[in-house]
Design a binder for this molecule. Structure first.
Ligand code: MTE
Ligand code: MO
Length: 368
């Protein structure tokens, strides 16, 4: 039976709380009510696929390392585990298209709300160790990652083939993971092997990884070219003709926060203490602070941030505000990074609707 018929019931069973956008290329996101945990459970984690889910033979899986290396190699999953140190780290995985539905005018692409993000514990081996074993040649500047999934209706084309600049490929946080939240990496999340590139957009976290080819140029695989997963260097206005030379690959994700309580449509009694909780995170530049507003952004109060599980985990905030005058009521959170980067009140529009880190507005009402 083709995957597209079998995977949806599987997803419905494994992740009943997810809203499914597309079935052929399985894409689904959780309601924000499911994202209240510091470690996002697998059954609440969003799913993003650019093509069909591939047929996987976990037992015979191999990872080939070739290209600009002195010693090409073919590893089994067990071989990787035995040869290299195992590392566990906690990191946010966010789709670059998360929040795309908030852009105006609307852009092409899946109209994600705010739930295409989660934070998990990833266990695997360092990509740096595998590359060191292979011996990169001096000309190697970029990795190219390959997986067997194919585009819908174009079985000859890879669904996605992304890569990393060498500096990120050999960074200590970049892993080839085989476990998520202490369990073998689920097939829906790229099992048996996927890239974990903390701080980088989800598109860089190649699932079902079976080959890494070192290249002497920026990788130009599927979804690496044109405007795919790229942002304009100079601002582009809606409707303006696009020059691909004005676009650069998205690397580190911008600072961002997510309010998981209260939820849109909340009702509070005047004078009631209302819980405001959520998470904040950022890419290369560390997170510094989060401020809350309950007066439409006129005034902001810094909130305490709980320690996260390491540099690339999200950090929780959990505070209370007093519900004011009866009527409509908006709660906002705004995160700031250590270099002064701050979430904008309005998103910076771009043609493909990436990296929307605008301040979230949770709308409810106060009653007497
Ligand atoms: N092989 C493969 N890897 C992939 C993709 C894909 O379509 N094929 N999608 C990428 C994108 S765009 C995102 S956001 C993440 C999503 O990871 P998840 O489905 O585990 O949440 O996987 C990335 N890795
Ligand atoms: Mo993505």
């Amino acid at each position: 039976m083709p995957h597209r018929l079998t995977e949806l019931p599987l997803l419905r069973r494994l992740k009943p709380g997810l809203h499914v956008y597309e079935e052929e290329a399985l894409n689904a996101e959780p309601a924000l009510a499911l994202l209240g945990e510091p470690i996002t459970p697998v059954d609440a984690f969003f799913i993003r696929n650019n093509g069909h889910l591939p047929e996987i033979d976990e037992s015979g899986w191999t990872l080939t390392i070739d290209g600009e290396v002195e010693r090409p190699a073919v590893w089994t999953v067990e071989g990787l585990r035995q040869r290299f140190e195992t590392v566990t780290l906690t990191a946010v995985l966010e789709c670059a298209g998360n929040g795309r539905s908030r852009f105006s005018p609307a852009t092409d692409g899946l109209q994600w709300r705010l739930g295409a993000v989660g934070c998990a514990r990833w266990t695997g081996v360092r990509l740096a160790d595998i590359l060191e074993h292979a011996g990169p040649r001096p000309g190697a500047v970029y990795t190219a990652h390959h997986a067997p999934d194919r585009q819908i209706g174009k079985p000859e084309k890879a669904a996605l083939s992304r890569g990393l600049p060498m500096a990120k490929a050999v960074a200590p946080e970049t892993l080839i993971a085989f476990a998520m939240n202490g369990e073998p990496l689920p097939r829906l999340h790229g099992g048996p092997l996927r890239i974990v590139a903390p701080g980088y957009p989800g598109s860089a976290w190649q699932k079902w990884l079976d080959r890494i080819t070192l290249r002497d140029v920026e990788h130009d695989g599927e979804k690496m070219r044109g405007t795919d997963y790229r942002l304009p260097i100079l601002p582009v206005r809606p409707g303006e003709p696009l020059d691909p030379a004005n676009f650069a690959v998205i690397t580190d994700m911008p600072v961002k926060s997510l309010i998981t309580a209260p939820l849109d449509g909340f009702v509070a009694k005047q004078g009631e203490r209302l819980k405001v909780a959520g998470f904040a995170w950022s890419g290369a530049v560390p997170l510094e602070s989060v401020a809350i507003s309950s007066d439409g952004g006129e005034s902001w109060q810094d909130v305490a941030l709980q320690a996260g599980e390491g540099r690339f985990a999200w950090q929780r905030f959990d505070t209370e505000i007093v519900a004011g005058q009866p009527g409509s009521f908006v709660v906002m959170a705004r995160a700031r990074d250590a270099e002064g980067g701050v979430q904008p009140l309005e998103p910076v529009w771009n043609p493909r609707g990436y990296c929307n880190n605008q301040v979230q507005r949770v709308r409810g009402s106060v009653v007497v």
